[in-house]
Each structure stands twice: as C-alpha cells, then as structure tokens.
Design a binder for this molecule. Structure first.
Ligand code: ADP
Ligand code: ADP
Ligand code: MG
Length: 445
C-alpha cells in the first residue's frame, strides 16, 4: 500500500482524491498556488505545499516544483487528477525517474493516446469503427482540400493534440477551409504546443457516448458501461447520465467490447474513457480515448457501486483487479450536472467572485462533489467548475425528478452560476424524452 500520495491538482478533483486517500488510510499531500492558500483542497489534505504563483504554468504545471514537493514530503506516488499534467507522458517519465509512481497509464500509452490521429489508427487496426477521414495528420491546407473533395462536406478539422474542445473547427464548404485550417492550427499550437490537424467527416446531430474502462497491470481490462454526454456547450460537457437512453442492450454490449478491444490494443492500464460518436441510425464511431479519471466519473460510480478513484490507486500499485466483466452490474440511473461559475446569458463567460451564501442539496440519492464553501472566493485563473451535483434513482424518470428537486435547492449567492440554466435544460421535453444530441444546447439559443 502507498503510505502517502501527492495530488498534483486543485478544485473538486483534488478534494475527491483526498477523500479516496482517507478512505484507504493513505496520507494526502496537497499542492497549492499562492492564490489557493484558502482553497478547500489545501485545507482538507493532511499536508500541503505551496508550489508557486497563481498562473497555472507557474504552479500546477510547474513539474520541477511538484516533483520537489513530492520528494520533500516523502510521497510514494503522484495523482494528477484531470487536465493539467494528467496526460503528460514526459511528466509520467519524470516521476518514474525519481522513484515516484505516476497514478495513471504507462508513458507509452499516454504518448499513443495523446496523439488523437494515432489513436484513431490504433482503433481502426483493432477493428473498432472510426469516422471516415484523414489517415493520420495533414501536412498542409492543400492536403486537406484534396481529401475534402474525396470525403465531401461538412467536415471537422481537429487538433491531434486537442482536448477540452479546443482546436476544433466545423467546415461547411471549400471556401472556409484555408482560414479554418490556419485558425485551428494556431489555436492548437498555442494551447498544446502542437499545431498538427486531422480531418473527420462531420456526423450530423450525433450523440456523445463514452465507455468507462478499468484495467490492471496484468492484462485484465473491463468496462463499466457508458455515460451519455451529449449536452455540451462549445464542445464541453454540461450534463451527463448513465445509462444512455439511446443504447439497446445489444448495442451497449457491442460498444463495450469495442472499447475494451481498443484499450487492450493500446496496452492500457488504470482508469480511462473511450469516447464514441453515435449517429441517429445507430452506427457508432471511435473518437478518442482519455487516459485519466474523468470529470463525470461519479455517474459511473453510482450505477456500478465501484469507487473509481480507489480502484485507480489500487491498480497503480500493481494490485490485480480481482473481478471480471460479468461481475459488473448496472443498477438504476444516474445523472450529473456541472455547476460552473459562468454566465449562460453571455456566452458562458467565466464569472469568478466571492460566494456570500451557500446551500448544498442533500437527501436520498444525492451526492455533491465540490470545492466551494461559504465565504470562498472563486479565483479568475482556473477552470470555472465549482461543483458537481450527482443523483441516483431506480430509473431515468426517478433520476430526472430527483435532479430537478436537488438543483432547485442548490443556492450559490454572490456569484453568477449556471444553476438556472440547468433547470431549463432539465425541463426540456427533448431531454425528458431522451431525444437530444450534441447540438441541443446550441439550439436552445
Ligand atoms: P472530461 O473529458 O473529463 O469530461 P473535460 O473535457 O471538460 O472533461 O476536461 C476536463 C478538464 O481538463 C478541463 O479543465 C479541460 O479544460 C482540461 N483538459 C482536457 N484535455 C486537456 C488537454 N489536452 N490539455 C490541457 N487541459 C485539458
Ligand atoms: P476533445 O479532445 O476536445 O474532447 P473530441 O474529439 O472528444 O475533442 O470532440 C469533442 C466534441 O466535438 C464531441 O463530443 C462532439 O460534440 C464534437 N465532435 C468531434 N468530432 C466530431 C465529428 N466528427 N462530427 C460531429 N461532431 C464532432
Ligand atoms: Mg473528448
């Protein structure tokens, strides 16, 4: 067993990992930026180390400071959370060099999956359906033009190193190609330090359905069913649920098998998520694999009863999974709403500030994973995610009713949040009927 884990992250996910550590009898070490001195993760951890000024590049992305903090506090392992260093193969290697266990997959798997164009190739070779598109990355706009003529519009230009919805451009016709190519490439270069792009056919009104993967270091890989994440703004998720109202048991089994096949082909261990797009006709396509714990993991925890973060820590230690696919059962229905400090009426612009009053919902079937408290000041430097409201019930109707009840109770005074927007989403007939796509939120405006 690890004696001590350093958490190289902040916000609700750092708090989530600290709680898992405490459940497992592991000592937790938080790292914090100068502006996060009073943050919940800093206060809840057993120990905490300041690693630099507010900007992420000087603190939560400062690998030397983080490794030093781990060594000085005599931690055995580093949990990277999501975002930040979680998908950074060089950081995973640096951890190994200093005798620290990186709680995630191997650096090789990170390299492979971090290049989304290579991941698509791996999927194709493993017999997993992929979206028609470029085989690998494009060298220039001319190559894109040639391919566009063959495949036909509309198309999606996507960053090979992309994540968080960045570096993605929809192309409706040839006239848009040149400027979209340079814009997407520049955006990818500035966000990811890698401007390479690839091309995919645009799937009309698709659904985003992803499978949770869990594997140990001895070759066992299982899936923990799917999450439907189609409700998105700017290609970023807002509300997730499991099971997907769209999948039949047969399709679920087929996609789950495909996800496990891909994970095995990538030599994957740990927790990970295989994302698919599903078209209205039921055809599904591999999109990417996220090699880390996911924001919406609690949805899966509620329908399977499996604690994903402690499983992730256990398998990182080399422990065998100890169960197989048949042992994993889907029970009831779960939903998650991401509560963000943002203004839906002004393009979802971030709205930091001080929380004057707070009431957090509770009662049967309600879970809140958050990093906020009354009097806390949400800083302007980081992600706008404040809290996740997750509910569980026997069926989808029960979960929806429960989510409406809990969301209506959630009060965050003093700052603008998207809580009212969530209530509007939950009240849509299309959502009630499970008849929605990745375009539904945009169509609301
Ligand atoms: P999830 O995929 O877990 O549902 P998101 O896609 O919203 O969640 O990403 C989770 C967090 O990680 C967000 O803060 C997002 O901005 C960040 N993120 C995702 N991918 C990357 C990446 N490749 N590089 C940097 N940050 C990323
Ligand atoms: P990221 O790495 O930023 O998470 P993804 O490849 O997962 O990027 O795509 C993010 C979102 O963009 C998807 O959930 C979907 O809404 C949309 N999208 C991506 N590829 C396509 C496509 N080929 N056709 C239609 N929509 C797409
Ligand atoms: Mg994605």
């Amino acid at each position: 067993m690890f004696g001590k884990i350093l958490i190289a992250n902040r916000g609700e996910i750092a708090v989530r990992v600290i709680r898992a550590c405490r459940d497992m009898g592991i000592v937790s070490v938080a790292v914090f930026s100068e502006t996060d001195r009073d943050a919940l993760h800093t206060q809840l951890a057993d120990e905490s180390v300041c690693i630099g000024p507010a900007p992420s590049k000087d603190s939560y992305l400062n690998t030397d400071r983080i490794i030093s903090a781990a060594l000085a506090s005599r931690a055995d392992a580093i949990h990277p959370g999501y975002g930040y260093l979680s998908e950074n193969a060089a950081f995973a290697e640096q951890c190994a060099k200093y005798g620290l266990t990186f709680i995630g997959p191997s650096p090789e798997a990170l390299l492979l999956l971090g290049d989304k164009a290579r991941a698509v190739e791996t999927a194709r070779n493993a017999g997993v359906p992929v979206v028609p598109g470029s085989n690998g990355t494009l060298n220039n706009a001319d190559e894109a033009r040639k391919l566009a003529k063959e495949i036909g519009f509309p198309l999606m230009l996507k960053a090979a190193a992309g994540g968080g919805g960045r570096g993605i451009r929809l192309l409706n016709g040839m006239s848009e190609l040149s400027s979209a190519f340079s814009a997407a490439s520049a955006e990818a270069q500035s966000f990811f330090g890698d401007g390479r792009l690839y091309l995919e056919k645009y799937i009309q009104r698709p659904r985003h359905i992803e499978f949770q993967i869990l594997g140990d270091r001895h070759g066992t890989v299982v899936h923990l069913f799917e999450r439907e994440c189609s409700l998105q703004r700017r290609h970023q998720k807002l509300l997730e649920e499991s099971p997907s109202p769209f999948l039949t048991p047969k399709k679920r089994a087929e996609m789950g098998d495909a996800a496990v096949r891909l994970a095995k082909a990538a030599g994957y261990y740990g927790v990970g998520t295989v994302e698919f797009l599903a078209a209205a006709d039921g055809q599904y396509y591999f999109m990417e694999m996220n090699p880390r714990i996911q924001v919406e993991h609690p949805v899966t925890e509620l329908v399977t009863g499996i604690d994903l973060v402690s499983e992730q820590i256990r398998v990182a230690l080399g422990a065998p999974l100890g169960y197989s696919q048949e042992d994993i059962v889907l029970r009831g229905h779960a939903m998650e709403c991401r509560v963000n400090a943002e203004d839906p009426d002004h393009g979802f612009a971030p709205r930091p500030g001080t929380i004057q009053g707070l009431h957090v919902p509770g009662g049967p079937g309600v879970r809140v994973d958050s990093a906020i408290y009354q009097g806390y000041t949400v800083p302007p430097y980081y992600d706008s995610l404040l809290a996740k409201l997750i509910v569980h019930a026997h069926d989808r109707t029960g979960a929806l009713t429960r989510m409406k009840r809990a969301m209506a109770e959630f009060l965050v005074d003093g700052i603008v949040t998207n809580c009212d927007f969530h209530l509007r989403l939950l009240g849509l007939d299309a959502f009630r009927d499970g008849d929605y796509s990745v375009d539904t939120v945009e169509e609301m405006f």
